[in-house]
Structure formats: structure tokens, C-alpha cells
Ligand binder design. Structure first.
Ligand code: PEP
Length: 251
């Protein structure tokens, strides 16, 4: 089967003001070629306050800009929240939903994540749906069951390769410098692929499956070498242009 075109996505989390726009510009300038000729797509998900300026900073480059969360409702009485329409209006093309930090800090459930995914789709945004087990769940041999439940509960019926990306991010690997073994990553990605095929038929083979959790220039090449890994969601290492571009260069 043809390999799915990789996506290298950065997540700046709660980092980034005008002072970091030159760093974003260096990423935009360093990303390979045009979207059609480069061997991968590149995306940085910035804080909502920075999206408009980020778009202006990267204009003309192949780098896409995304948000990190959106509300599940179209609009209304949700003080402090950001809607998918607002992200799209600001120029975002993607949005991360269900990141483990949102699930932990804000108690987001699979139903919330499904609502957010639907809200993103309604605005033409690609949703990057995050799933992944905790350390305890892995130690208990529950990792695949946990991911199955999250996938089944977070992905809406309308999910398709063109509007949804799945990111496998073991919670214990995020920001810790720890990663699963290559065999464990491969086993989980193969398992998720199988589940997507069961639910979505042949289209299930074409969803991008990203790995996330302590991806660095030193380990990216071997992770991308796994055939069921279609790119990465990169936190800490996306803040520095040298690191992010070095990761992209290993695709
Ligand atoms: C993330 O924020 O999704 C992430 C994977 O972070 P890090 O790369 O820093 O582990």
C-alpha cells in the first residue's frame, strides 16, 4: 500500500508571544519546499492569541498553523473558551483536541472530545485527536483497551482521513524524555490501524497516525522508520526551530 503522507505537527502548549514569532519564521523558512513537492506536511499549533500573527508570519511558506483546543459548541455563554469558527476565522487549518493535558487539567471526556471534533469539522478544520494510556494503565496491561475506548468514544461517525488525524501519545511519555520501545509503538499503531479499518472500512487505512511523546532529533528517525507511524506530534522540541527542523529532516 502507498504510504500515507507524513505530518510533522508541533504543539507549543502555553508558550509563545510576539517574542517567539522570529523562531516561528525560522521554522517556516526551513520547512521543505511547497506543500505539494515536499515529502511531508508541517504544522505548528500555537496559542489562540498568536494564531493571527502566526499566519502573517508564515504566509507564503508551506507551514500550516493550528490551534490547541476548541469548544464543542458553535458559540455562546462559555467565557474564556475559543470556538472552532474563531480558530478558522483567525486562519488556523487544524486543531488539537483531547490532548492529555486538556483531559487531565480540564476533565475532558471522550464525549467532549467527540463534540470538539465535530465542531472542528463543521468549520472545515482538521482535528488532531489525541489518545494514550497512563503509566499505570500500561503497567496493568491495559494500554490497548484504553486506546480502544478513547478512539471509539472520541472519533465521530463523520471522521475521515481528510478531516481527522489520530495522535497516539502515551501520557507517561509526554515531556518526560521517556518513550515506549519501537516495538511497543509499532504494536499500538498497528492495533489502532486495525480498529480504524474495522470501523471506517478501506478509508481506515488512510488516516494519519502520529506518534507523540518526547520526540527529539535523536529518536525521530527510528520512530518514523516504523511503517505504521505517519508523523509526529512534537511538544518541547517544536519550540526551537533547530530541533523541529532536525526532526523534519529525518522523515
Ligand atoms: C505533546 O505536547 O503533545 C508532546 C508530545 O510533548 P513532548 O514532545 O514535549 O513530550
Amino acid at each position: 500500500a502507498d504510504r500515507v503522507r507524513p505530518l510533522i505537527a508541533g504543539n507549543w502548549k502555553m508558550n509563545g508571544t510576539a517574542a517567539e514569532l522570529p523562531e516561528l519564521k525560522r521554522i517556516a523558512d526551513g520547512v521543505d519546499g511547497t506543500r505539494s513537492s515536499s515529502p511531508y506536511d508541517a504544522l505548528i499549533c500555537v496559542p489562540a492569541t498568536l494564531i493571527d500573527r502566526a499566519i502573517k508570519t508564515v504566509v507564503g511558506s508551506p507551514l500550516a498553523i493550528g490551534g490547541q483546543d476548541c469548544h464543542g459548541a458553535e458559540s455562546g455563554a462559555h467565557t474564556g473558551d475559543v470556538s472552532a469558527a474563531m480558530l478558522a476565522d483567525a486562519g488556523a487549518t487544524h486543531v488539537i483536541v483531547g490532548h492529555s493535558e486538556r483531559r487531565a487539567d480540564h476533565g475532558e471526556t471522550d464525549i467532549d472530545v467527540m463534540d470538539k471534533t465535530l465542531a472542528a469539522h463543521a468549520q472545515g478544520l482538521t482535528a488532531i485527536v489525541c489518545v494514550g494510556e497512563t503509566r499505570q494503565e500500561r503497567e496493568d496491561g491495559q494500554a490497548m483497551d484504553v486506546v480502544d475506548t478513547q478512539l471509539a468514544g472520541s472519533l465521530p461517525k463523520d471522521a475521515a482521513p481528510g478531516n481527522t488525524v489520530v495522535a497516539y501519545e502515551p501520557v507517561w511519555a509526554i515531556g518526560t524524555g521517556l518513550t515506549p520501545s519501537l516495538l511497543d509503538i509499532e504494536a499500538m499503531h498497528d492495533h489502532m490501524r486495525q480498529r480504524l479499518r474495522e470501523r471506517f472500512g478501506p478509508a481506515g487505512a488512510r488516516f494519519r497516525l502520529l506518534y507523540g511523546g518526547s520526540v527529539k532529533p535523536a529518536n525521530a528517525g527510528e520512530i518514523f522508520g516504523i511503517s505504521s507511524v505517519d508523523g509526529a506530534l512534537v511538544g518541547g522540541a517544536s519550540l526551537k526551530s533547530d530541533d523541529f527542523l532536525a526532526i523534519c529532516a529525518t522523515v
